[in-house]
Design a protein around this ligand. Structure first.
Ligand SMILES: [Zn+2]
Length: 504
């Protein structure tokens, strides 16, 4: 196979490595929503999950394989027969299925975690790749912890797996230990030492423990890698993975000097980032490159003055290029159902009549409280609908009394399978009272780990976006809620976390 060295393939693992972040647990519907958006973004490969790990993961991968067209759909598997069989079953209906299998390759991990010898590892890898190849043509192999593995052993492992049919070799810096210089050199030396690597796609998977995941991936690209694995917003195990939006924009912004290109529709970046943040509950840090709230905000007088005179003075990326439009005002109080549907279609949303009706009701409700409704508000409403689609409990009513001289008291009415449950509680403040009332109504005890409020757009009438992290039965769970009223948003976020814990 001839590989175009200048075409860089982006492999998204938001739904697998990203979902391994503490507190994230996405439903199949949420995963499908993200996968659909990744396809719109132009992602080449979607790693939809690790099917052997749970029935939920299997279901999510097979649903995405069945419904999402264009990108390759990959499933992860250890070098174990049962894993490979389960992964194959999950991606069976995909237009372009891939099985991604991995084994530990550093002596530390082989010896202390896997408790095997190098010879046994070689044999397991060969068997796994052959078995995967009996199901699909496209097989990716990853020697885990490659950046700390013995070089000669790594070459051997790569060579035998290519000979067994691997079409993609992924070199991971699993623990985020490499520096760009070293990692670039490792890729160059591997390609030189293993001639068969020029026949396959060379991929990298970097972690951000030392803040170098993007730099390491870029160094690898400049040394012959053509596939970069990563996630949206850089979420993932520990400090996270390479942020794919960063790689896409580096290649786009520095096209002249790098001479590379991708399939990414950069205008979809901001929307994808907001969707992932909204459904995972992981807010994006304000100063995050490309997708942070402040990434295009110029606050110093000299910078502002420069940008007003000519954007290129202090702005290397036009915000429009990543899909941030300056004027977003779209609909108001008087907009009807038809205009609403048309507008959703123009944003790329295809809703069923039922879903449209629900979203329209919320839009009308919001229009009563907020003067200007933007695309971002609408996205937030739709994401909230997806998030709460499979909830056990729904919040029907909330009333809170508070004042400088009164004890805060909240009453909530929840609904579960048609049955209404109403409870009242006092608390230290309105949010506390509301959460305690929900705790009583559901009987689910959660320990509060963190509580965060943000506004979705500017202005005092903006929708509040609350993220709550609870520990339920020893496991962290994130909940998120959106409303123009902070107390209601908090109650929804709290209930969302409980719902997630109950369904996982
Ligand atoms: Zn990883």
């Amino acid at each position: 196979m001839a590989v175009d060295k200048n075409r860089i393939y982006l492999f998204d693992t938001t739904l697998r490595d990203g979902e391994q972040s503490p507190g994230i647990s996405l439903s199949t519907r949420e995963k499908l929503e993200i996968a659909d958006q990744l396809a719109k973004l132009g992602i080449d490969v979607i790693e939809a999950g690790f099917p052997i790990t749970s029935p939920g993961d299997f279901e999510a991968v097979s649903t995405i394989a069945k419904k999402v067209r264009e990108p390759i759909i990959a499933a992860l598997a250890r070098v174990v027969d049962a894993d490979i069989d389960r992964a194959a079953e999950a991606v069976k209906k995909a237009e372009r299925p891939r099985i991604h299998t991995f084994v530990m390759s550093s002596d530390t991990q082989i010896k202390y975690q896997l408790r095997k010898t190098r010879e046994e590892v070689l044999e397991m890898a060969v068997n796994a790749v052959k078995r995967a190849k009996s199901y699909v043509n496209d097989v990716e192999f990853s020697p885990m912890d490659a950046s700390r593995a013995d070089f000669d052993f790594l070459c051997k492992l790569i060579d035998v797996t290519i000979e067994s049919g691997a079409t993609v070799i992924n070199v991971p810096d699993t623990v985020g230990y490499a520096t760009p210089d070293e990692f670039g050199r490792l890729i160059a030396e591997l390609i030189k030492a293993v001639p068969a690597m020029s026949e396959v796609i060379v991929s990298v998977h970097c972690h951000n423990d030392l803040g170098m995941s993007t730099a390491n991936a870029l160094a690898a690209i400049m040394n012959g890698a053509v596939q970069v694995e990563g996630t949206i917003n850089g979420i993932g195990e520990r400090a996270g993975n390479t942020a794919l939006e960063e790689i896409a924009m580096i290649i786009d912004t520095r096209r002249q000097s790098l001479g590379k290109y991708t399939n990414i529709k950069t205008e979809e970046i901001a929307k994808t980032s907001r969707l992932v943040s909204s459904l995972t509950g992981y807010q994006v840090q304000f100063n995050k490159a490309i997708v942070g709230k402040n990434a295009f905000a110029h606050s110093s007088g000299i910078h502002q003055d420069g940008v007003l005179k000519d954007r290129s003075t202090f702005e290397i990326i036009n915000p429009k290029r990543v899909g941030i439009n300056e004027s977003l005002l779209v609909l108001g109080k008087t907009s009807g159902r038809h205009a609403f549907r048309k507008h959703l279609e123009s944003l790329g949303y295809q809703l069923s009549d039922d879903e449209l009706e629900k979203a329209f009701e919320r839009f009308k409700d919001l229009a009563d409280k907020k003067a200007e409704i933007t695309d971002i508000d609408i996205e937030a409403i739709l994401a909230d609908e997806v998030r709460t689609a499979s909830d056990v409990y729904t919040l029907e009513y909330i009333s809170v009394c508070s004042g400088t001289d009164t004890t805060p008291t909240a009453t909530v009415r929840l609904r579960k399978n048609g049955e209404a449950i109403e409870k009242t509680s006092i608390g230290d403040g309105q949010v506390d009272a509301a959460c305690k009332a929900i705790k009583r109504a559901t009987g689910v005890k959660g320990e509060l780990i963190s509580y965060n409020v943000n506004s979705i757009t500017e202005g005092l009438d903006a929708q509040g976006d609350v993220t709550i992290q609870l520990k339920i039965n020893g496991k962290p769970v994130l909940g998120r809620g959106v409303s123009t009223d902070i107390i209601e948003a908090s109650a929804k976020a709290y209930l969302n976390a409980i719902n997630k814990a109950l369904s996982s």
